[in-house]
Design a protein around this ligand. Structure first.
Ligand code: SAH
Length: 259
């Protein structure tokens, strides 16, 4: 039962399939797009976003959608992952194998429970058929979701991976699984876009206070991204931290002016 208003009641959030979007990044085969549309439609979902698909629209997509035309008709096509998930506050990146990115790795069932307990917009992101998700893309996600397949042959067909995730999300909805230990917060969770501004501010502040002292900032920036991804900041917490950064920047400027 879709709920049109997006209030962030912290208790017993009605699970709204509309708050979940499935995002396919750089899909090569249009048939997989159609099959993914069918997969999400059968599980009661409707929102599909495509990041720079190689071929779309395409007859193979329509054929494989097998009647899930409403999903295909309302597909959103965007050039970058950042645009596809800008307003989301919980993002799952689905990976067939472990990457160098140190994200918490969970199975679809835990992901579905977390989605169920979450009040804001949610994205479930899938990679290209051959190359999967790039590290840059995974770094935009809060969790890496891995379907615990046979480790010697763990890569599912893209649309079948979409089906597994959609099924688990559906199951969580039907069974109303107990909410994962998600904090009842009164402020809406920070969105990806707000977190990107937050990180920009944080990294600039580190520069201003000469935190790096000539060392490369890359490693520490990755660690800080990871740390704050775990923290699941709400919008008020982001404002408080950015207030602290403002003050630190002001002090650094004053110290510089004093020489
Ligand atoms: N060769 C690629 C496989 C890509 S399969 C790789 O090793 O990454 C296409 C997409 O399907 C993946 O990017 C992922 O989003 C999803 N997928 C396939 N198998 C999966 C699995 N076992 N767990 C989670 N997602 C999977």
């Amino acid at each position: 039962m879709p709920v049109s208003d997006s209030t962030h009641a912290s208790q017993a959030v009605a699970f709204d399939p509309q708050k979940i979007r499935f995002v396919l990044a750089r899909t090569s085969h249009p048939g997989n797009i159609g099959a993914a549309a069918r997969a999400i439609r059968t599980m009661g979902f409707a929102r599909l976003a495509l990041v720079a698909p190689h071929k779309f629209p395409h007859a193979d997509a329509t054929a494989m959608a097998a009647g899930a035309d409403d999903v295909l008709d309302s597909v959103v096509v965007v050039p970058t992952l950042t645009e596809a998930i800008a307003d989301c506050s919980l993002v799952f990146g689905c990976t067939a194998r472990r990457r160098g990115v140190s994200l918490p790795e969970i199975a679809p069932r835990e992901g579905a429970m977390r989605a169920h307990a979450h009040a804001g917009e949610i994205a479930v992101v899938f990679g290209n058929e051959r190359t999967g998700l790039e590290n840059e893309e995974l770094m935009r996600c809060h969790y890496a979701v891995h379907i615990p397949a046979d480790p010697t042959y763990s890569s599912l067909n893209l649309a079948q991976a979409v089906q597994v995730l959609a099924y688990e999300l559906r199951l969580a909805q039907i069974q109303a699984l107990p909410a994962a230990a998600s904090e009842p917060k009164s402020d809406p969770p920070a969105t990806v876009e707000q977190m990107e501004h937050f990180f920009g501010h944080l990294f600039q502040t580190l520069d201003d206070i000469d935190f790096h002292k000539g060392r490369s900032p890359t490693t520490i920036e990755q660690r800080l991204r990871r740390l704050f991804a775990h923290a699941n900041l709400d919008q008020r917490e982001v404002r408080i931290l950015r207030g602290i950064f403002d003050d630190a920047q002001r002090m650094a400027r004053a110290a510089k002016e004093r020489g």
